[in-house]
Structure formats: C-alpha cells, structure tokens
Unconditional design. Structure first.
Length: 227
C-alpha cells in the first residue's frame, strides 16, 4: 500500500509542478526545458533525414527558442514531419522511462551523452554549444546528486513540460501564425495546389495538434492505470 502511495505521489507531484509551470510559461526558469525541446525537435529532423538516406550538415540553436537542422537528402515528408512529432516522442519516451524503477539516473546520463555526442558531431554555433553543454552538465550533476526517486520526479516534470511545449508550439507556429518557414507550410506546398497552401498548413497543424493531445492523454492514462 505504501509503495503504491509513494508511486502515485511520485507522479502527482511532477504533474502539479508541470501545471504550475504553465502559469510561469515565459519565465527564465522554464526556458532550459524549452531549449531542450527545441534541441530534440531539430535532432528529430536530422535523425529522420539519416534514417531515410540523408545526412545532417549541422544543427543551430539560439536562446530565443529558435533552431534549424541543415541536412541533405532524406524523404521530405518524413523529415519535415519529424520535428514536432519527434520531440513529442522524445518527451513521451522520457516520461514513460521515468515510470520504470531504478533507471532514472541512467536515463538522465543517457540524455546528457546524446547532447554531448550531438554537439561534437553537428553543432557549431556558440549559442547552441552553450545550450547543449550546459544542459548536459546539469543533467550529469542531477544524476550524480539526486536520489533515484527524486531524479524520477525531475524527469517526469521535465518531460511533461516538454510535451506541453510541443502542443503550445504547434498551436502558436502552425495555427496562429502559419508562417511560410514552418514545417507544416512547407509540407502543404508539396501536397496541395498553390491556392490551398495556407489552408493546407492549418490542416496539417490540426492533425499534428490532435496527435500531440492524443499522445499526452494516452501517457497520462497509462501512468495512472499503472499505479
């Protein structure tokens, strides 16, 4: 009984903190998590390119939450779709892995290693290097100094905020602004007639938004049923 109670507490506390974080969404305290989500967004573009026969040239990030993955080759529709959906999968994967007892410290270390390897292979601009290295160092420090259960709570909090950010980012970039440089707009140009491109980007954005909300609902349902 106590074990189930502790397990539920370990889920509820990060969820409450993530919801509180929504009220401080533009705070500097949430910025590091947003930047990590942007990193996974761009890395997902790059990995999709590699998996479909292309390659990554470089990845750029900046403190304004912007990022670009320069790549060659790959299947356009898959690569373009991989940004938002990929970062959502990274966040969901981190959350689900944090539910497994005894591996949260290793998960934190693994994310740090991914950041370091990516930096060495593809990141060249100073701001991006500062972002990835600082994040990696923070994760290594946390994994070395927090007990397993607190590291698990931390990962749940970070991954939930990351997933929320994906949802809000889809809404802002694809539905509110529909900017020509957005992934959805570029996909729409490839699959819709020219007169339907703006509307097509909305359609694609709505599909991605529906997928993101569905994934969030499913991981919440799985997590609470598991308790």
């Amino acid at each position: 009984m106590n074990e189930n109670k502790d397990s539920l507490t370990g889920l509820v506390i990060p969820l409450v903190l993530a919801i509180i974080a929504l009220f401080f969404w533009n705070s500097i305290f949430i910025l590091p998590i947003k930047l990590m989500t942007v990193f996974f967004h761009e890395l997902s573009h790059g990995l999709a390119a590699i998996l479909t026969g292309g390659r990554i040239i470089r990845i750029d990030l900046n403190l304004n939450q912007g990022g670009v993955c320069y790549h060659q080759g790959g299947w356009f529709l898959i690569v373009a779709s991989a940004g938002y959906l990929g970062s959502l999968l990274w966040g969901s994967g981190i959350f689900l892995s944090s539910l497994i007892k005894g591996i949260s410290i290793r998960v934190s270390q693994t994310i740090a290693i991914i950041l370091i390897i990516t930096t060495g292979l593809w990141i060249r601009n100073i701001q991006a290097i500062a972002i990835t290295v600082a994040t990696a160092v923070a994760l290594l420090y946390i994994s070395a100094n927090l007990k397993e259960k607190y590291c698990s709570m931390f990962l749940k909090f970070v991954s939930l905020v990351s997933c929320f950010y994906v949802v809000f980012d889809i809404k802002d970039d694809l539905l509110d602004r529909t900017v020509p440089i957005s992934d959805a707009y570029q996909i729409s140009k490839r699959i819709f007639p020219s007169f339907m491109v703006p509307a097509g980007s909305y359609i694609i954005g709505l599909i991605w938004l529906a997928i993101a909300i569905f994934v969030l609902w499913k991981i919440f349902k799985f997590a609470f049923n598991k308790k």
